[in-house]
Ligand binder design. Structure first.
Ligand code: HSE
Length: 313
């Protein structure tokens, strides 16, 4: 049994990407969570330290996304080991940046490494989805899949976890702005309408297909036109103070498009090139400041690697 501490990193992710509710997500380079894991012979999974969560996350393994993911992994692989977990949260809770997903994914990459990397990234995915189900009552994969596998992903089917990686232009840069309020994913999902009009459905699937085409053809105008959301944005944007003002600031400053990151309150914009993204980030942050809301900004290309082991001694 490998009793070294294995440390892994998993990145923040932007889920939905406007038109792709529950089907699109992409990974950022930074920020992200770090998890350290050490195998032992106790037969139990314990979370012995969490830093950066202001003491808000549950320490019981079965209530923590890291703990659940590792329990699922050990059960499925029929390993009799126990494991000790230390989590460093760099992602804000309830931010719409895939915080719960990043912790689960970093834990899985670490435990897989500790036990000889027997499973592929795709094999690890169901365990991360189970952790999401525990954390927010819904088994969506649009944060865990890009955090684990990297890139811009399409979840064609979340039951069979049929995941497709969509190539993206190198010049595509994402901006994420996190205003300092919290929205629970479970609440944001509760707010969703349970039915759609045919009119809205047609609009949304037109845009999802067009966004994939725009990304693959490196057609920035088409990417911009496709970043429209008639399903989640109308009901969820009202929970984000200043939403219209911040979105307008992004578009006025050259963003291709702008929307809610995951279930919010973070907002994302996609831009052509780093200089444009920096300008958009500044404008969005200032727009939040105008309404006295503090906000952090992140600018990143699409991270095609996903989670990584960062040390193994
Ligand atoms: N697709 C999920 C939702 C992502 O919007 O509820 C949550 O981050």
């Amino acid at each position: 049994m490998n009793t070294n501490w294995i440390k892994a990193f998993a990145p923040a992710t932007v889920a939905n990407v406007s038109c792709g509710f529950d089907v699109f997500g992409f990974a950022l380079h930074q920020p992200g969570d770090e998890v350290e894991i050490r195998l032992n012979d106790s037969g139990h999974v314990t979370v012995t330290q969490i830093m950066g969560d202001a003491n808000l996350l549950p320490r019981e393994a079965h209530l923590n996304t890291c703990g659940v993911a590792v329990q699922q992994f050990l059960h499925a692989t029929k390993l009799a080991h126990g494991a000790e977990i230390k989590l460093t949260k760099n992602l804000p809770l309830g931010s719409g940046m895939g915080s719960s997903a990043a912790s689960a994914v970093a834990a899985l990459v670490a435990i897989n490494h500790a036990t000889g990397n027997k499973l592929s990234r795709k094999d690890l995915l169901p365990f991360a989805v189970e952790a999401e189900r525990m954390a927010c009552g819904s088994a969506h994969a649009d944060n865990v899949a890009p955090a684990l596998m990297g890139g811009f992903v399409l979840i064609r089917d979340k039951e069979t976890l049929d995941i497709i990686n969509i190539p993206t232009p190198a010049e595509l840069i994402a901006v994420v702005i996190h205003p300092h309020i919290e929205i629970k994913t479970s609440d944001a999902r509760q707010a969703m309408r349970k039915t759609l009009s045919l009119h809205d459905a047609v609009k949304q699937w037109g845009n999802t297909a067009a966004l994939v085409t725009g990304l693959m053809k490196e057609d920035f105008d088409l990417i911009g036109r496709s970043l429209e959301d008639v399903v989640a944005e109308p009901v969820r944007s009202i929970f984000i103070p200043g939403y219209d003002r911040v979105k307008q600031a992004a578009l006025n400053n050259g963003a291709l498009g702008c929307g809610i990151s995951g279930s919010g309150p973070s907002m994302f914009a996609l831009c052509k090139g780093e200089a444009s993204a920096q300008q958009v980030a500044k404008a969005m942050q200032e727009a939040f400041q105008d309404i006295q809301l503090k906000a952090d900004s992140y600018v990143s290309g699409i991270n095609s690697n996903g989670a990584q082991v960062i040390s193994s001694q």
